[in-house]
Design a protein. Structure first.
Length: 701
């Protein structure tokens, strides 16, 4: 290494010493330099932690939902973090076969813990979260079992659930096909009733009817709930779910007539490649009649179709359940990325040094704050709306069990809309966090690339986000069209005040005027109501409503987003009306709630201005208030992310380490890369040296 290289290194390390004054001896492997090593156990973020204006332990409980929920989650996080079987740092470097085998091993170890420690279902869910590795078990527990629970008869549940819950069979959810995913009614797989043998014949008539994507199908599942066109007496009777065995329970080989495999590598290293998303084809595979899930419709021994009084839409019920869990997971993924970016932004310094003093922490730049703090506020907002959605889902589930289907359309609209809103924002937010971490955010060791790669399909699976917003739009248009004779309830209750929401304009006169929950909610209600009514008026101009809906679909999507943002803002405000114990906790959450609402108002000010609810002056006052709010968040930023209570294992990020000991650990990690096992790279003698030694005869370089 030349002198300039050494002086560059020396400068780098003197900078580190400036910022982290307790570094002692670092050793620069490979450079023959005896540099200084950092002191383990030092908290480089302790000054930041001292700035907190609220009780962090109480905030942890507010984030978790209750003391019991906090203790449970904390116990599971530590269980995983302290178990070497759940090591995950080498994951992005593993080949596909190793990756899948590793995931199977972890799933088996997780199951052993569940059995040996007699973990409850709630504990097992947290265990899955902290193991942090998509696996076939997600689909088995998250979709296969719920599909049987929601769509099976009592008899079917009695037969299949004990087997599934003891993992004596492994199931997946096989709905999507090569040719159709969003359009479920367009699925091509057939289930034809054969009255001679009292069986269904499962068949894949075309290439595009091949099941394609189901997680856990590729290599792990023994069974699947397969969605297929029911054909009885030569007639099509809609799409239904069927329990089909795919592989032998002895040697796991595919059963006769079943062709099954993995669909191949997906985006990113590690990431979702731990999941065996699969392809499946049937060649006239026969299953007994009682393996059609028959809560909604029954096929009798004689081949008669009987409809129960359960609505047909219940066939889509599993998706309602999973969309609700996806909203809860969005707050976890976003908070994780925000935790990394916030801690690193406090450690990282750039510019602003006076007379050799320390440079400015990048978290103190207003631009950094205006990008980071809305993400932090959104993580909290999604946490609370997720909590509310869980309540809504539990309520609808109890009603469905009692054959009350009245709230199903609203549950569908809320789960579809919030799934879309929170996953799109979270996917973009993770990428923003990567950029907030500058160059180091692009390193796998920052934890952000894999988090991004694993997260982004959430915008597509369980319903493409645009397709889902169009479902919300249908619900809104219907609500608007019924206003004259039907009182809107639940999340559309505000539409009942549509006349005043259309007439009254914003009364805010000062920046402080925006620190008023009533003013904020009314602004979001007016914007949502005006956009929905405007769409309704436009639609009325079309003779054919479906044609109008297609033509106006981009506007309808925007109206749906406005409605969903209103739900998130109002649920955050409602949360703050509850008793939230702990010094300064409620006040700090209030600041975040205003950041969330005013950030959205600023970002979508075009909507608020175009609908005529706000004047440009009022929009500008909201932005002034937002800047003031960022200054209020600043001293609490580190402790607000500490309140997520994430272990370093779960974060999986050198930049987001709790102790902020970033540079020595980044440096150390680089030397662990297999490329640095030798000084001379493999391939040097074959491919590099011949170039170095060549005698140029013709090239004129
Ligand atoms: C002990 C151990 C424990 C371990 C714990 C482990 C826990 C694991 C946790 C869970 C983890 C989960 C991991 C998630 C991994 C994700 C894997 C991904 C899976 C998938 O992607 S599955 C496939 C998903 N596919 C889709 O989402 C397709 C999207 N398309 C649709 O939803 C629909 O087809 C459609 C709605 C877009 C179709 O529209 P169309 O107009 O054609 O519809 P129909 O004519 O059929 O019906 C319209 C009417 O039905 C209503 N509707 C629609 N959907 C629903 C619904 N879901 N619920 C209720 N009602 C619905 C409409 O509103 C219409 O009603 P109307 O009254 O007629 O207007
Ligand atoms: C990682 C991953 C895991 C998955 N796991 C499973 C699983 O376990 N089981 C399972 O059954 N499936 C699974 N899927 C499939 C998933 O549910 C579908 O991919 C998803 O529903 C989207 O459907 P599609 O692929 O047909 O998209 P398409 O509908 O083909 O979407 C393509 C584009 O067309 C647009 N579009 C489609 N329809 C409309 C419309 N009506 N109006 C306007 N725009 C439209 C979409 O917005 C999108 O931009 C998984 C997918 C992924 C990526």
């Amino acid at each position: 290494m030349g002198l300039s290289g050494i002086s560059l290194l020396t400068t780098t390390y003197s900078l580190i010493l400036q910022h982290q004054s307790l570094l002692l001896c670092l050793r620069a492997k490979g450079f023959g330099l005896d540099l200084k090593k950092d002191m383990e156990g030092v908290d480089y973020l302790s000054d930041e932690r001292k700035k907190a204006q609220f009780d962090v332990e109480a905030m942890k409980i507010a984030w978790a939902g209750s003391l019991e929920a906090f203790q449970l989650s904390d116990r599971m996080a530590k269980l995983v973090a302290n178990d070497p079987a759940f090591e995950k740092f080498t994951r992005p470097m593993l080949g596909r076969k190793e990756l899948i085998k590793n995931t199977l091993r972890k799933a088996a170890h997780g199951w052993k813990l569940i059995v040996d420690l007699r973990l409850t279902e709630e504990e097992a869910k947290w265990l899955r979260l902290y193991i942090d590795e998509p696996a076939y078990t997600d689909l088995h527990w998250g979709m296969f079992i719920p599909a049987i629970e929601g769509q099976g008869t009592e008899e079917q549940k009695k037969k299949w659930l004990p087997l599934a819950k003891k993992m004596q069979i492994i199931g997946c959810y096989a709905q999507t096909e090569l040719g159709h995913g969003s359009n479920v009614q367009g699925l091509e797989t057939t289930a034809t009733f054969d009255p001679q043998t009292d069986e269904f014949i499962m068949h894949s008539p075309t290439l595009t009817s091949s099941k394609w994507w189901p997680g856990g199908l590729g290599k792990a599942s023994t069974h699947a709930v397969v969605y297929a066109r029911l054909i009885v007496g030569g007639e099509f009777h809609g799409v239904h779910g069927f329990i089909v065995q795919l592989r032998s329970l002895d040697d796991h080989s595919p059963l006769p007539g079943v062709t099954v495999g993995d669909i191949g590598m997906k985006f990113g290293n590690g990431a979702y490649n731990t999941m065996d998303n699969g392809v499946l084809r049937f060649d006239h595979v026969r299953i007994p009649r009682d393996q059609m899930l028959m809560r909604v419709s029954q096929v009798t021994r004689e081949g008669k179709i009987m409809q129960s009084d359960v609505p047909r839409q219940l066939i889509y019920g599993t998706m309602v359940y999973v969309r609700q869990t996806i909203v809860a997971d969005a707050s976890k993924a976003l908070s994780r990325a925000v935790c990394i970016a916030t801690r690193y932004s406090a450690i990282r310094r750039q510019f602003g040094s006076r007379n050799g003093g320390p440079e400015t922490q990048v978290i103190d730049y207003k631009t950094q704050q205006s990008r980071l703090f809305p993400l932090l506020a959104s993580a909290y907002a999604f946490r609370f709306v997720g909590e509310w959605l869980k309540w809504l889902y539990t309520d609808v589930k109890e009603r469905l069990a009692a054959n009350d289907f009245s709230t199903l359309p609203e549950a569908h609209a809320c789960t579809a809309g919030l799934k879309s809103l929170t996953t799109s924002f979270t996917a973009d937010g993770i990428e923003e966090c990567r950029k907030l971490c500058g160059g180091h955010g692009y390193l796998v060791s920052s934890g952000l690339p894999e988090l991004f790669a694993v997260y982004i399909p959430a915008c597509t699976y369980e319903g493409d986000n645009v397709v889902l917003l169009l479902q919300v739009a249908r619900f809104l248009v219907k609500t608007v069209s019924e206003l004259g004779y039907k009182k809107p309830v639940g999340t559309t209750a505000y539409m009942g005040r549509v006349a005043s929401l259309m007439q009254n304009n914003c009364a805010v006169q000062t920046a402080e005027g925006w620190l008023n929950p009533g003013a904020v909610v009314e602004a979001f209600e007016s914007r949502a109501a005006r956009m929905a009514v405007r769409c309704g008026q436009q639609l009325a101009k079309y003779e054919n409503p479906e044609e109008g809906f297609a033509e106006l679909s981009a506007d309808l999507v925007e109206a749906s987003i406005a409605h969903c943002q209103l739900i998130v803002v109002s649920k955050f405000i409602e949360k703050l009306q509850q008793d939230i114990p702990g010094k300064g906790v409620k006040q700090t959450l209030e600041v975040l709630c205003y950041v969330y609402a005013l950030f959205l108002l600023h970002k979508h000010q075009g909507d608020f201005l175009a609908t005529g609810y706000l004047t440009p002056k009022q929009a500008s006052l909201a932005n002034d208030q937002l800047r003031t709010l960022y200054s209020k968040v600043r001293p609490n930023a580190i402790t607000l992310v500490d309140s997520f209570n994430y272990t370093d294992h779960y974060l999986g990020s050198i930049l987001g380490r709790y102790d902020g000991n970033v540079y020595p650990k980044l440096y150390e990690a680089a030397w662990k890369d297999p490329l640095n096992d030798s000084d001379v790279v493999d391939g040097f003698y074959e491919y590099v040296q011949p170039i170095l030694k060549q005698k140029l005869r013709t090239a004129k370089l």
